[in-house]
Design a protein. Sequence first.
Length: 430
Amino acid sequence: MANCAVIGAQWGDEGKGKIVDWLSARADVVVRFQGGHNAGHTLVIDGEVFKLSLLPSGIVREGKLSVIGNGVVIDPFAFKSEIERLGAQGVRITTVNLAVAENAALILPLHQELDGLREGAAGDSKIGTTKRGIGPAYEDKAGRRAIRVCDLRDTDSLGPKIDRLLTHHNALRVGFGVEPVDKDELLGQLKEIAGFILPFAVPVWRLLDDARRAGKRILFEGAQGVLLDVDHGTYPYVTSSNTVTGQAAGGAGVAPSQIGYVLGIVKAYTTRVGEGPFPTELLDETGQRLGERGHEFGTVTGRQRRCGWFDAALVRQSLKIAGVDGIALTKLDVLDGFEELKICTGYKIGGEVYDYLPAGMDAQAAAEPIYETLPGWSDSTVGARSWADLPAEAAKYVRRVEEMIECPVALVSTSPEREDVILVRDPFAD
Ligand code: GDP
Ligand code: IMO
Ligand code: MG
């Protein structure tokens, strides 16, 4: 297939960045289509670590075009600092290898502040957001009062747009007991940053149409995961965008038929950052061991990730919703050395058995996992690049996962390093 979309199938941090970086060798263009700098993608290339939040994970490979689509919310100040940070690591980012959708909505300092104010006021009902202003920015986009990248071109006409935005925000700020936003200060900040971001701003829909007609291969890079999708996730403990495959079309400006092979990224166990239901969460030593072995600390906020057993019922649900053709199973190596492993096959909720997680918040919180137990393995899988390198019980674990989630494994990842991958089926193969 010409194109491929990479979608997280759990609560994010499945290892999408590593897989996108690996796949980008086969692609010409890598496109982000939703989310913002709430994402944190870690790539390890010959021992050097690269951390990306807003920029597509294709950016570290020379000769590839990276694109930030219209479905992404862009903090222009974070955009600048990420480019500068990567520049210091030797990644040259210019208008030759990066394009930004001119119709993408901006995250402004007031969004980030509001995110923090709301979380601070929410007490026990907080979401546990990354406090990057993602939710408030998407609200303003849907509320038709966002400032977009293209608006920075004509700073003289920004005044009335800012007025419209502040009518809404200053009322909210009064409610929170904080000072209203100073219009002139915001205008000044935007005028200053405009010159940095505008050279990258293009009609991305057209650039992608040209790429399609030139026979280029496009890789769509999802952020977060299906269980954080604003419709299909564990609402309200979700992010504020659609993270499912369909969003790749709307958030980049291409036809759904252009998406191609859908690769779901699935961690061999489960993690979650922030609040919300997590049926297979382990609050014991086993959970701690998974976290330590998997280095499960958030890339963006440094928070410790909650850890638990693999939840086949939830992953099966995610894969069906996202229309996944095959999965990349990541972090199999983290399971090395466990005597036995558990996989969740469904839930008990109020005395009834479910083979999926129902939508209600209370039902989700009450879900008790039903487990199947598998034998572990004592040999190492670290760095395995072929089936033959896997201990028999590890191969059986992968096969059992495949059966339970009703989806084939296309790739297995066995370390953070770029090349440590077992390739079963090339997502770009015709
Ligand atoms: P993303 O948000 O989906 O891109 O994932 P993150 O980068 O936030 O988190 C995944 C973490 O696991 C990163 O630190 C990766 O370097 C690391 N990682 C990715 N694949 C593997 C793997 O197969 N094994 C191990 N041990 N670590 C991996
Ligand atoms: P990547 O792309 C894991 C979580 C936050 C919080 C919820 C809402 O690295 O997989 P937000 O700031 O988006 O309003 O927070 O979503 N969250 C993520 N968790 N990985 C991510 O991205 C995440 N992006 C947001 O922790 O629970
Ligand atoms: Mg991450």
